[in-house]
Design a protein around this ligand. Structure first.
Ligand code: AMP
Ligand code: ZN
Length: 139
């Protein structure tokens, strides 16, 4: 098994595990963006959120929600940035779904998720809305 997160789930390599259930595992990121940076992963090895079974997706986000308050409290943080790099085009480096929970403080010097994008969508929102609604209908 070569996936680093599958090896953590399987107990082959160590991690600072903070929560575990039948479907998900949460552990500290080995190169934290801030103190208390947690990764929440499903046990099943899939690369993208949309590859998860509905029950796995429910369990994953239940764990994220369950952890977000305690992680904030444990670090004395003011909030958290919660995000997913979903696919290699986004900079995802480990192809096993993981949700980042990164504690945040007022004036910690980091930006909002808006700050990672250059300005300027190219298409109108009504046209894009039509395209997404059409894509939903064909699934
Ligand atoms: P991403 O860029 O969204 O794919 O994030 C992958 C994350 O996994 C990075 O923040 C890494 O620091 C983290 N990571 C990689 N290997 C390990 C490991 N062995 N234990 C904990 N976190 C890891
Ligand atoms: Zn994996």
């Amino acid at each position: 098994m070569s996936c680093i997160f599958c090896r953590i789930i399987g107990g082959e390599i160590p991690a600072q595990v903070v929560a575990r259930d039948e479907v998900t595992l949460a552990f500290l990121d080995v190169s934290p963006l801030a103190d208390g940076h947690v990764l929440v992963v499903p046990h099943s090895h899939v690369a993208r959120l949309d590859d998860l079974e509905p029950g796995e997706a429910d369990a994953l986000f239940r764990t994220v929600v369950r952890l977000s308050g305690p992680v904030r409290d444990a670090l004395g943080a003011d909030g958290s940035t919660i995000g997913v790099n979903n696919g290699d085009a986004t900079g995802q480096t480990v192809p096993h779904v993981h949700v980042h929970i990164v504690p945040r403080w007022h004036a910690d010097g980091a930006g909002s998720i808006h700050s990672i994008f250059p300005p300027g969508a190219k298409r109108g929102v009504a046209e894009v809305g039509d395209a997404i609604r059409a894509a939903l209908e064909v699934r």
